[in-house]
Design a protein around this ligand. Structure first.
Ligand SMILES: CN1c2c(nc(N)[nH]c2=O)NC[C@@H]1CNc1ccc(C(=O)N[C@@H](CCC(=O)N[C@@H](CCC(=O)N[C@@H](CCC(=O)O)C(=O)O)C(=O)O)C(=O)O)cc1
Ligand SMILES: N[C@@H](CCS)C(=O)O
Ligand SMILES: [Zn+2]
Length: 786
């Protein structure tokens, strides 16, 4: 076996690494800076320390510190925003506030807005729980290369012996992810600006080359989407863009990645990589986890290019099946060599979607750590696979043995397959997904609930004050006893109930004070699930979540929301809405087992929720909301896979809810996405009432729903809860009038866009007063008109 490196660049690399710091140091520094507690210089210093620690760890794990194997994916807030800054693509609406250059302070204005300007829109990054800031591009947007931050970052670490490769979102993906700025001509597409953007990228590359950078990473995951695939179909656009960039005088060599699926036509995996190599790109990448391995027939002549095989899953936390990966890599290596290229081992995407290290977890069930690989363990897997490829199985015999043992133990573990759960699933029939006819339900619920027209309600959570968070932390650390914590929560619930009564809301909620997170809390209460203690994953900006690990067959040992919700109900004469998170969202925001179809895990979670709904009902709760904000997020990126997903996701919601009595009103809530594309699925959920984010799009979704013939209750959100801004009563009047153009008064509910947990009380109180006032005015107007 040869001891030679596999290729001239590196044998092993990762596309990116978590950026928030092993102890969320960057979050703390960012929030301290925004609070005025530390200066920009101190923030830069803190961020530099985090990156240095990360690079040190990556090199320690075996990535080549000198050969371009280290990712330079520096981003304080978001990687798309970093690219906006490197291109100085200032949206027109900010031109009075931001000059020609987007430095760190200016980037924060784009990310967080100011008194006069709403921030850039945050939206989901592909089918992940990460959110990026949407660039706003118009016909006149100036693209001016600003390499300063990339150059400085590279230089700072080169001095410490780390030759990192600066990373940017590539020009095709950048423009595919951008939106036309307000005021752009009808039909304008940001892609019309491709040549101008490419010119700025070319200047960036020239500057980076002049600064001694040897390799630059351009991420082009946009090529795996339907729109990107069309763009890549004939190869001419890819060739034009990348020939131009590869030809830049004294530019660094290029590394172009395409995670999250197969780039271009899935029937021709490798085609895009072949085009890129022909255009002069030195290192190309393919996602072998969500995408297909490039077929030799489509790779073309690699002309000495390196293919990074993204064989290690960076979207999940299960340890790699090293033996299987090695076999696939060996086949690919033979084909790549035949095509005149070289092979390196890598991750499917950046590791930004997984936490730092399993080693930090001290409270996982004993059996679990050996089954897992977080970012550091995945880096080690990449390094091990490259070694195995280079030196043969014997060189990694210990790792292969440990791996086989861990997978065997996982398959044999009692909780992996629980007979009672399996038998219950096997006994399901189509009737288990059906409720009584919607009209019959409507009549029974009207009689049971006696609600006024245009009922007012909220989406569930009330402000998570410092006091609430402190109490939860106290309960975790033991500073508060169980009894003290219970007393605190009861007092908080009573306060929230009285507050809602005083505001005059019609349907009350308990406020969700006991929940650290709308998914993690459920995972903590299900069997087959394990929460992490330090498994933070960036969601957006300084905010993170701790996705729990769904490792086994799921069931619900005991009712857990019932005590809080029924206590709240006992305090009021008004209807109280019980609050649950739906199966799809629970899966979307967790790390889910990879040894069975997602559909099966969704059914198991659905049955656990069905049990909770039965117990809520038995406790007298007549309205139950099952939140599915991630329904759209999990929609596959490629059209051909969407119908099957929509089938099982809708069925899992119906399985969770269809056990409810005819008189029990089932609500659902959808947010964080545009749902126009999936109105059929929303209808098929068969919920009695659907509250849906709508304020920012001025009730647009009500048109989609009405056009579809959606006939049950709808609560289009009447104000945006993402900012402290208080909507005036008149504004809400207008939105209700707009909604009533398309919906009947019998259908319309009045509620905010989403939960209030991120808001403070002063703006919450003012906004809800206006909401109640506007609903009363609309009711009076309807009564007067009949
Ligand atoms: C609605 N969204 C959600 C998504 N995914 C989820 N799993 N959950 C969601 O709600 N995806 C889409 C959106 C994303 N939006 C957000 C919004 C806000 C946050 C956020 O604020 N995150 C917090 C952490 C929240 C949390 O878990 N809080 C815990 C305490 C955690 C903590 O900091 N513990 C400290 C110790 C604290 C102490 O001892 O005082 C520690 O462990 O170190 C709680 O409140 O109990 C953030 O700070 O990032 C995320 C996504
Ligand atoms: N019930 C949850 C839904 C958020 S999407 C809340 O109110 O926070
Ligand atoms: Zn929501």
């Amino acid at each position: 076996m040869t001891q030679q490196p596999l290729n001239p660049d590196f044998d092993a690399t990762v596309l990116g690494y978590p950026r928030i710091g092993a102890d969320r140091e960057l979050k703390k520094a960012l929030e301290a800076h925004w609070a005025g507690k530390i200066s920009l210089d101190e923030l830069h210093a803190a961020a530099g320390q985090v990156q240095l620690a990360d690079l040190t760890r990556l090199a320690g794990l075996g990535l080549d510190a000198a050969g371009g194997a280290l990712p330079g994916d520096v981003a304080y807030y978001d990687q798309v925003l970093e690219t906006t800054a490197a291109l100085s693509a200032v949206p027109s609406r900010f031109s009075g506030v931001i000059g020609e250059r987007i430095g760190t302070a200016e980037a924060f204005v784009l990310a967080r807005g100011d008194e006069a300007n709403a921030p850039l829109e945050l939206t989901k990054w592909f089918d992940t729980n990460y959110h990026y800031l949407v660039p706003e591009i118009g016909p006149g947007t100036a693209f001016v290369a600003d390499p300063e931050r990339l150059v400085a970052n590279h230089a700072a670490h080169a001095a410490a012996g780390f030759e990192l490769r600066p990373t940017l979102v590539g020009p095709l993906t950048y423009l595919l992810l951008a939106k036309a700025e307000d005021g752009a001509p009808e039909g304008f597409s940001p892609l019309e600006r491709l040549d101008d953007a490419v010119a700025a990228y070319a200047s960036l590359l020239a500057a980076l080359g002049a600064a001694g950078v040897k390799l630059v990473q351009l991420d082009e995951p946009g090529l795996v989407t339907e729109e990107g695939a069309k763009l890549a179909a004939d190869g001419s656009t890819v060739t034009r863009v990348y020939s131009a960039l590869a030809a830049v005088q004294s530019a660094p060599r290029l590394f172009v990645t395409s995670g999250y699926g197969t780039a271009g036509d899935p029937a021709r995996p490798g085609h895009v990589q072949g085009e890129l190599a022909r255009a002069g790109v030195a290192v190309v990448h393919a996602d072998l986890v969500r995408g297909a391995a490039p077929a030799a027939a489509h790779l073309g002549e690699l002309n000495g290019a390196t293919l990074v095989a993204g064989v290690v899953n960076s979207r999940n936390i299960w340890r790699n099946r090293l033996g299987e990966s090695l076999a696939a890599l060996r086949t690919l290596q033979a084909e790549v060599t035949e095509a005149g290229g070289a092979l390196a081992v890598g991750t499917a995407t950046s590791l930004q979607h997984v936490p730092h290290t399993v080693a930090a977890e001290t409270a996982l069930p004993e059996h679990l750590p050996a089954w897992l690989a977080f970012a550091d363990e995945k880096v080690a897997e990449v390094v091990t696979l490259a070694k195995g490829l280079r030196e043969g199985d014997a060189a990694i015999a210990a790792e292969l043995a440990a791996d086989a043992e861990a997978h065997a133990a996982r398959a044999a573990f009692a909780g992996t397959s629980v007979a009672a759960v399996r038998e219950r699933l096997a006994a399901l029939t189509p009737e288990d997904l059906e409720r009584a006819d919607a009209e019959e339900r409507r009549a029974a619920q009207a009689a049971a609930l006696g609600l006024p027209p245009l009922p007012t309600t909220t989406i569930g959570s009330f402000p998570q004050t410092a006091e609430v968070r402190k109490a939860r932390a106290g309960a975790r650390s033991g500073a508060l006893s169980e009894a003290e914590y219970e007393a605190f929560l009861k007092a908080e619930i009573e306060r929230v109930v009285r507050f809602q009564e005083e505001l005059g809301l019609d349907v009350l909620v308990h406020g969700e004070a006991e929940r650290n997170d709308m998914v993690q809390y459920f995972a903590e209460n299900f069997d087959g699930y394990a929460p992490t203690t330090r498994g933070w994953v960036q969601s957006y900006g300084s905010r993170s979540t701790r996705p729990a690990i769904l490792w086994g067959d799921v069931s619900r040992p005991r009712a857990f929301t019932v005590p809080w919700i029924s206590y709240a109900a006992s305090l009021t004469e008004k209807p109280l809405k019980g609050m649950l998170t739906g199966p799809v969202t629970i899966l979307a925001w967790s790390f889910v087992r990879d040894d069975q179809p997602l559909e099966v895990s969704a059914q198991q979670v659905a049955l656990a929720l069905r049990d909770e709904i039965e117990d809520l009902q038995a406790a007298g709760i007549g309205i139950i909301q099952v939140d599915e904000p991630a329904l759209r997020e999990l929609l596959p990126l490629r059209a051909e896979a969407q119908p099957d997903y929509l089938r099982w996701s809708v069925d899992s919601f119906r399985l969770a809810t269809a056990g409810a009595d005819t008189a029990t009103q089932i609500h659902t809530h959808l947010c964080y996405s545009e749902f126009g594309e999936v109105v059929g699925a929303i209808d098929a959920l068969d919920a009695d009432v659907t509250s849906i984010e709508a304020a920012r799009s001025r009730m647009e979704v009500t048109g989609d729903l009405a056009e579809f013939g959606f006939s049950r209750g709808i609560g289009p959100g009447v104000y945006d809860i993402h900012s402290p801004r208080v909507p005036s009563t008149e504004e809400i009047d207008e939105l209700l009038a707009e909604a009533l153009k398309r919906l009947t008064p019998e259908q319309l509910w009045v509620n905010p866009d989403c939960g209030l947990k991120t808001r403070a009380y002063p703006e919450t109180e003012a906004s809800l007063r206006h909401l109640v006032e506007a609903a009363a005015k609309a009711r009076a107007a309807i009564a007067a008109s009949v």
